[in-house]
Structure formats: structure tokens, C-alpha cells
Design a protein around this ligand. Structure first.
Ligand code: DGL
Length: 296
């Protein structure tokens, strides 16, 4: 058994940092590997078949090279599709997913007008539609699949300036007025979106509750690491390392590097870590499985 828990936090890009931040508050001394599958970003535009193949392939390699005690799929687009496949492939490893927080929205909403802001992939999923049926059948639920917001959040993190109008246009379909009622809850069903929350608040046509499940996910991770994996509460004195790996194999630009370091994460490249993520027999199949992306 590892002396301190090793936690793999995985997303297509930088969105999972919003989940990582909450987990790190509860388990400051764990060892973290944050992986952004930027070679395949955005997941929201990928076919379901390609996405399942891609995530299984990358996670298989990360499990082999890092040996995590728990894996957090900090991505709604992947979690709403791939979790059963991952659990079947790794029956002894806990996977904690991130799925749209429709249940709390259904409980909180007074106007009974809820919107779910997500990627096109997440709004298309059967899983999401089942959540709506199970937990919000008393509400009118508007599913908004934004094509651009995740990429805008990535650009903002790289230090690019993003026009208010571009963001306002993407969130506008969330705001519904009907028979004297207005949307009062918007579910942030993509982990990238909390990165832009201050902008959303400023640009919203009226105030709403923005629901981010990251703190609840962090509590779940902490519970699983403590209880199921037997590490107990986080009382270590020394902390594990906190590394960030990008599947394109490059250290991100200087602004982003600062963002990562400010969160305590050290960018690493394949030279120091997980060489087979970029190499190996199945490179060809990885290339063909990924829409618009490839390992380098
Ligand atoms: N962060 C991902 C999510 O939570 C989506 C971004 C993407 O399209 O890759 O859904």
C-alpha cells in the first residue's frame, strides 16, 4: 500500500482544476496527478464510441504508470458515458465521477425553471435525461449544450482576453421567462464553467443560483479514500507531490504554467513521467480514435 493516497484527477483540459481545488482542501497531503487530455480536447464534440475508446486507453496507461488509489473523472462529458466501462475494466479501483447536479437544482428551485449548462455531449446523454426524469420532473428543465464555453474557459486560463459578448451569448439560452416565472437555478454541468463563474454572474440578465457540484465530489473522494481505501483522515505532516500532465506532452504556455503553480501543481512532461502515454504499439489506433487530436 502507498504510504499516502495517490489520487488521479482527470479531465479533457483545465476544467478539472475546479474539482482538484476542492479535493486538495480536504486532503492537502495526498499525492496528486492532474491529467489534462488536451490532445483530444474538446470531449464535448466527440462521438460516444470515440470518447469511450479514448478515455479507456488513456486511463489504462495512467493506472499502469501512476498506480492511483482513486481516480476522479473530473469531466461531465466523460463521466456521463464512460464510468460503467471504467468500473468494468478496473473492478478494484474506485472511480468518482462528475455528473450534472440536477437533483440539488430540483430541490433548490422555487420558480421550477431550471437550466443545465453543459457541453453538447453531456446534454445528449441518456444519463442526463434520466437524471432529469428522476430528480426534476416537477420542473421545466432547459438543457443548454454550449459549443464554445469550454474552449473560452481554456483561453481565459491561458491569459487571453475574452469578450463579454462571447460569454453572454453562450449563457443566454439558460435564462427563460414564462408565465411570470424566471429561471432561478443554473447547473454548471461542465467542470470548465466554474472557471468563468465571476463572468457569468456579471453577465447574467438576472441573478440565479449557479450550482457547482465540486465540493460534494470532493467530500465523496475524501470519504472513499478514508473509508474504502483505508487511509483514514488526512493527518500527514508531509505532503505528496502535485503534478500536472498534458497529453500533448508539452509544458503549457507561461501564463498557464503560473496558474498551475499557483494551485501547487508542477507541470511535468513525458520525459519525466509516463513515457508510454505517448508511445507504444497502439499509437495508430489512438490517432484514429481521437477526433482532431493525437498523441505526440
Ligand atoms: N470539462 C468537461 C466537462 O466537464 C468538458 C470539456 C470538453 O468539451 O472537453 O464536461
Amino acid at each position: 500500500m502507498n504510504p499516502i493516497p495517490k489520487i488521479l484527477v482527470f479531465d479533457s483540459g483545465l476544467g478539472g482544476l475546479t474539482v482538484f481545488a476542492e479535493i486538495a482542501k480536504l486532503r492537502p497531503h495526498a499525492d496528486y496527478l492532474y491529467v489534462a487530455d488536451d490532445a483530444a480536447f474538446p470531449y464535448g464534440a466527440m462521438s460516444e464510441t470515440a470518447l469511450v475508446a479514448r478515455v479507456l486507453d488513456v486511463i489504462r496507461q495512467l493506472v499502469a504508470s501512476y498506480g492511483p488509489d482513486a481516480v476522479v473523472i473530473a469531466c461531465n462529458t466523460a463521466s456521463t458515458l464512460v464510468l460503467p466501462h471504467l468500473r468494468a475494466a478496473f473492478p478494484n479501483l474506485p472511480f468518482i465521477g462528475t455528473v450534472p447536479a440536477i437533483k440539488p437544482a430540483g430541490e433548490m428551485s422555487r420558480s421550477r425553471l431550471i437550466s443545465v449548462l453543459a457541453t453538447p455531449g453531456t446534454v445528449a446523454r441518456d444519463y442526463t435525461h434520466d437524471l432529469v426524469r428522476s430528480f426534476a420532473s416537477h420542473c421545466a428543465v432547459t438543457l443548454v449544450g454550449s459549443q464554445r464555453l469550454a474552449a473560452l474557459a481554456e483561453a481565459a486560463m491561458r491569459g487571453e482576453s475574452i469578450d463579454d459578448s462571447a460569454i453572454a451569448q453562450e449563457i443566454a439560452p439558460c435564462f427563460i421567462e414564462s408565465e411570470g416565472r424566471r429561471t432561478d437555478c443554473v447547473v454548471l454541468a461542465c467542470t470548465h464553467f466554474p472557471l468563468l463563474l465571476d463572468r457569468f454572474r456579471t453577465l447574467a440578465p438576472w441573478p440565479v443560483g449557479w450550482i457547482d457540484p465540486a465540493p460534494a465530489i470532493a467530500r465523496r473522494v475524501d470519504h472513499i479514500v478514508s473509508e474504502e481505501r483505508g487511509f483514514g483522515a488526512d493527518r500527514e505532516r508531509a505532503g505528496g507531490s502535485r503534478r500536472a500532465l498534458f497529453t500533448k506532452g508539452m509544458i503549457p504556455n507561461p501564463v498557464l504554467e503560473q496558474v498551475l503553480r499557483a494551485r501547487g501543481l508542477t507541470p511535468v512532461t513525458e520525459a519525466g513521467f509516463s513515457r508510454d502515454l505517448y508511445q507504444g504499439d497502439s499509437a495508430e489506433s489512438r490517432h484514429s480514435a481521437v477526433a482532431g487530436g493525437k498523441f505526440q
